[in-house]
Design a protein. Sequence first.
Length: 470
Amino acid sequence: MSVLIRGGRIVTAADDYVADVFVEDERIALIGESLDIQADKVIDAAGKYVLPGCIDPHTHLDMPFGGTVTIDDVESGQTAAAFGGTTCHVDFVIQGKGQTFAQALDDWRAKAAGKQVIDMGYHMAVTDLADGGTLEELATLPDQGVTSYKLFMAYKGALMVDDETLYRTMEVAATTGALVMVHAENGDVIDVLVKEALAAGHTEPLYHALTRPPEAEGEATNRAIQLAHLAGAPLYVVHVSCKESVEPIAAAREKGWDVWGETCTQYFFTSLDDIAKPDFEGAKYVFSPPVRDKSNWDVLWNAVRTDTLSAISTDHCAFLFDGQKTLGKDDFSKIPNGGPGLENRLQMIHEFGVRAGRISLNRMVELLATSPAKLFGLYPRKGTIAIGSDADIVVFDPGKQVTISAKAQHSKVDYNLFEGTTVTGSPDVVLLRGHVLVENDELVASPGIGQYVARARFGQELKPARTAVA
Ligand code: URP
Ligand code: ZN
Ligand code: ZN
């Protein structure tokens, strides 16, 4: 099937111009002015932006966590992503205690089978090197396109690893060409603070934030940076929420160290005021790192504008308010940690980043598509509009007004962190490898169309390919 996208404003991380895009055999075949060519489908993009499909490098679909399982499975989560203009994401495989990495990968592949609406890759979250996965097995993962290792420095007694596991994994990454990712919060200290808060009778959601102070994030970020430098491994700090964590990343990058960081949409818009809401409403804002003081919003906008932080993800980890968050009604430490966001990242960053004059349109594309593609071994097959790249394209209408609401969303979750926010600018048509996924506010394609993408090693390019590796 061929598609001609006529007269749109093509915006990449570097360019901004009006042209036609011709798509054939799932890839971008031609870009030019007033192309004289026949196509099976023509999309009039006059007055609209033609953007590369966004890439979300941080999601948790169908993941057991906090005594329950995230509410969005691969089908509902990826459907929400498609409506939001995201055409590829990298999800976290979590190694269960005692599991080999192969077993963990098999589990995650089984959850995705037949359900994929967009393309996806996997990171491997290492939780146990003592009994199950070995360093030797870890070293083989990049051969299967799993080219990033994630370590949790928090969630004591669950996903948290000690510094030995962290450092040994970094040593493996230094030799295999994998990128190390860290959830940087000091889990031991948080555990003490949580116990002290509960002993003092503090059970409400606000104490989730008060027991995870910015210093705990700053300390862990700095520790991970120093250890990664020692091991010679590249490092990516996920979900940076505050100045205390931005500063060590900025310092490392100024020294030319191989350190990158992301923040997530929610950290620009949520604060301690939200988690302090009465009647357990604050539980909707229980995620980690927690909401912070509002003074951090400007710190984060500045960091993404200046490339101290290089990507904006969603950390979509959705739990129902009614039935899942309520597990912690009487004890904030039992509220499953995580929030939704997969559907609204592009709308929110366009509205409050680009339209508000905080970042340029090119920078938005870089933060949501091109940088994640480059950092996670997907570029130039994905993350840009170029001849030969996968035809993952968002025709974005900069004049379309949408009021964000849980009622209208495609995720299964029963709330939205940005409820009631009106944005001007939203995806109109979304294509995955030239197949129309979303048009006229309908999902047009069927689950099964998405593919697994074997990612290139850190720093290497992923060449455009006709057939994806299954
Ligand atoms: O609260 C969060 N962020 N839940 C998802 C797991 C993680 O830490 O990324
Ligand atoms: Zn995390
Ligand atoms: Zn996460």
